[in-house]
Design a protein around this ligand. Sequence first.
Ligand SMILES: *[C@@H]1O[C@H](CO)[C@@H](O)[C@H](O)[C@H]1NC(C)=O
Ligand SMILES: *[C@@H]1O[C@H](CO)[C@@H](O)[C@H](O)[C@H]1NC(C)=O
Ligand SMILES: *[C@@H]1O[C@H](CO)[C@@H](O)[C@H](O)[C@H]1NC(C)=O
Ligand SMILES: *[C@@H]1O[C@H](CO)[C@@H](O)[C@H](O)[C@H]1NC(C)=O
Ligand SMILES: *[C@@H]1O[C@H](CO)[C@@H](O)[C@H](O)[C@H]1NC(C)=O
Ligand SMILES: *[C@@H]1O[C@H](CO)[C@@H](O)[C@H](O)[C@H]1NC(C)=O
Ligand SMILES: *[C@@H]1O[C@H](CO)[C@@H](O)[C@H](O)[C@H]1NC(C)=O
Ligand SMILES: *[C@@H]1O[C@H](CO)[C@@H](O)[C@H](O)[C@H]1NC(C)=O
Length: 643
Amino acid sequence: MDYQLLQIVALLTVMAFGGAIRKATGACSSEDLEGLMGFKSGIQMDTSGRLAKWVGRSCCEWEGIVCDNATTRVTQIHLSGLTEKDLFQTEMVGQLSRSITLLTSLEILDLGGLVGLSGTIPQTIGMQMPKLQKLYLYGNHLAGPVPESIGDLPSLQELALHDNMITGSIPSSLGSLKNLKRLLLSSNQISGTIPLSLGNLTNLVELDVHDNAIMGHIPNSIGQMQALERLDLSSNMLSGSIPSSLANLTAISVLYMDTNNLEGTIPFPSRSGEMPSLGFLRLHNNHLNGNIPPSFGYLVSLERVSLSNNKLEGALPSSLGNLHSLSELYLSSNSFSGQIPKSIGQLSRLIMLNISQNSIEWPLPQEMSSLQNLQTLDLSFNPLNLSSIPQWLTSLSSLSRIYLAGCGIKGQIPDSLQTTESPVQELDLSSNLLSGSIPPWIGSLSQLYMLNLSRNSFDSQIPDSLTNLPDLGVLDLHSNKLTGSITRVFGTEQGTSSGRSLTYIDLSDNNFSSGVEAIGVGEQINIQYLNLSHNLLKGTLPSSLGRLNSMHSLDLSFNELASNLPVVLEKLTFLERLKLQSNHFSGSIPNGFLKLRKLKELDLSDNLLEGEIPEGKPLIDFPGSTYSGNKGLCGKPLVPCKL
Ligand SMILES: *[C@@H]1O[C@H](CO)[C@@H](O)[C@H](O)[C@H]1NC(C)=O
Ligand SMILES: *[C@@H]1O[C@H](CO)[C@@H](O)[C@H](O)[C@H]1NC(C)=O
Ligand SMILES: *[C@@H]1O[C@H](CO)[C@@H](O)[C@H](O)[C@H]1NC(C)=O
Ligand SMILES: *[C@@H]1O[C@H](CO)[C@@H](O)[C@H](O)[C@H]1NC(C)=O
Ligand SMILES: *[C@@H]1O[C@H](CO)[C@@H](O)[C@H](O)[C@H]1NC(C)=O
Ligand SMILES: *[C@@H]1O[C@H](CO)[C@@H](O)[C@H](O)[C@H]1NC(C)=O
Ligand SMILES: *[C@@H]1O[C@H](CO)[C@@H](O)[C@H](O)[C@H]1NC(C)=O
Ligand SMILES: *[C@@H]1O[C@H](CO)[C@@H](O)[C@H](O)[C@H]1NC(C)=O
C-alpha cells in the first residue's frame, strides 16, 4: 500500500515538473553541478532517457531537478522509477555515487524504484545534507548498512529504504530524528534488534520493518510513539512477549506482528478506550498462549483479526460480539475449546470466519443464522460431532464457501445443500463419516469451483451430472470406495457444456476399474495435478494423454495398467512428478523421456520394463530404486547393459 502511495506521489511530482522546474532558470551552484554530474557518471544505463538530457550548466532546468528560485540551489531530485506495470518501467543501472552528498541544500532526494541502483548509501550523508526532508531509495539493489549518520539529518521526515539488500542493524541514532514521520525498511536483510531509542520518535506515523531478520524483544519504549498509526514488524525473528505498552498507542490503526517467535499472552487492551482506531490486527504464526482476553471486545474498530497458528486456548470470549465492524476473523490452528459464543450472531458484517483445527464443541449456536454477510465458514477439524449439517447453515444468504471437514458428519450428503440461499462455490466435507452415493444433484451446483469429499466412505459411481459443472476447478474424491469408470471427469469429445476449468483431480485410493481411455479425450486439458493411484484401473493409456501438456504431477501408480509406456508422455514437458510404479507396463523406456527436463520425481519400479535406460539427464540422476523390480532394465544408474 505504502509502496503504491509513494509511487503515486512520485507520479504526481513528475506530472508537476513542467511548471516546477521553470520557476528557477539558469545555472545552479557549481557544487550542485558537480554533485549531479558525479551522480550521473555513476549511472551506466537509464532506460527513461532522463539523464541523457542533463547537459550544460543550467541544471535547474533539467528534468527531475527543482531549485530554490532565490538561491539557485538544488532542493529536490525526483527520478523515481514508477515501476507499476501500467505506468512505465524505468531502470537506472549503476552505482549510487558519493558525490550526491555535495548537494548540501537538498530537501528531497527521490531515487525510489529505479530497480538498478547499487552500491551503498554514502556513510557521510547525514553530515553533508542537513536540509534533507525526504529520502527515497526504495526498490533498488542497495547493499551495506543504514548509515549511522542518517540520525544527524535534523529535518528528515520520510526515510524509505524498503526493497533493497540492506544489511546490518537499525542504527539507534535514528531515535534522534525528531521530525521523522515514516520509517520504511521492509524487505531487506536487516538483523540485530529494534533500538530502544526508536521510542523517542514521537512524530512517527508509520514504522514498517517487515520481512527482515530482526531479532530480540520488542522494546517497551515502542508504546511511547504516540503518533504511530501503522506498525508492521511481521516476518522477522522477534521473540519474547508483546509489550503491554502497545495499549498506549492511541492512534494505531494497523498492527502487524505476525510470523515471528513471539510468546506470552495478548496484553491489550487493559480497558475500554485504548487503541480506539485499531482496525487491522495480525498476530498469526507466533507462539502466543493464554486466552483471548475478555477486554478484546473493547477494540470496537477491529475489521480484520488473525490469530491463527498460535497456542491460544480457552473459550472464545462472548465480548467478541461487540466487534461490530469485524469482517474477517481467523482463529485456526490454536487450542480454543468450549462452544462458539452466542454473541457471534451480532457480527453482522462478518464475511470470513475460520476456526478450523481447534477443540470447539457441539452445539453451534442457532444465533449464527444471523450472519447474513458470511461468505466463508471454516469449522474443519473440531470435535463438533455435527452428525448432520445444521439447517440454518443452508439459509445463510451469502454463504458460498463451506468447509466442514473432520466435523463428524454422518450418513448421506444432506439434500439441503442443493438449495442453499447462495450458490455453493467451495464445498469441503472431507474426513467425515459420509457414505452412500454422491448425489446426482451435485451437478446442479452451477457455480461449484471446489469439491472435496475425500476420506469418507462413498461407494457409488461418479454421477454423470458432474460433467455439467462449467467452473469446477478442483475435484478431490480420494480415499473413498468409489467404483466404476473415471470417464466423466475428463469431459466428452463433443465438448458439451463443461469448460476447461479442471486443474486438480485426485481420485486415488478408490475402487475405480475403467475409463483410462478417456484421459485427455475431452475438453478438460488444463489439468496440472492428476492422481489415479491405488485403484483397479486396467487397460492402455491413450495417446490423447499427450494433450494434457499443463501437467505438473501425474500419479498412476498401483493399478493394473498394461502395454508399453506411451511415447506421448514426452509432450508433458512441465512434469515434475511422474509415478507409474506397480503396474504391468512392458517394453522399454522411450527416448522421449529425456525431454522431461523438469522432472524431479520419477518412479517406474515394479513393472515389466526391459532394455537400456535412455542415457542422459534427467533419467540418469534418479536413484536405482526408480527402476527396480522390472524385468530387465540396464544402464545408468543401474548396471551397464551387456553387449
Ligand atoms: C519563488 O517563486 C515563487 C513563484 O514563482 C514565489 O511565490 C516565491 O516567493 C519565490 N521564492 C523566493 C524565495 O523568492
Ligand atoms: C530519548 O531522548 C532523550 C532525550 O530526548 C534521551 O535522553 C534518551 O537517551 C533517549 N532515549 C534513548 C533510548 O535513546
Ligand atoms: C502508558 O502511558 C502512561 C502515561 O504516559 C504511562 O504512565 C503508562 O506507564 C504507560 N503504560 C504502559 C503499559 O507503558
Ligand atoms: C483456514 O485456515 C487454515 C489454517 O490457517 C487454512 O489452511 C485454510 O485454508 C483456511 N480456510 C479457508 C477456507 O480459507
Ligand atoms: C461424539 O460422537 C461419538 C460417536 O458418534 C460419541 O461416542 C461421543 O461421545 C460424542 N462426543 C460428544 C462430546 O458428544
Ligand atoms: C481435501 O481435504 C483433505 C483433508 O480432509 C486434505 O488433506 C486435502 O488436501 C484436501 N484437498 C484439496 C484439493 O484441498
Ligand atoms: C496420490 O495419492 C496417493 C494415495 O492417496 C498418495 O499416497 C500419493 O502421495 C499421491 N501422489 C501424489 C503425486 O501426490
Ligand atoms: C474394492 O476392491 C477391493 C479389492 O479388489 C475389494 O476387496 C473390495 O470389496 C472393493 N470394495 C468395493 C466397495 O467395491
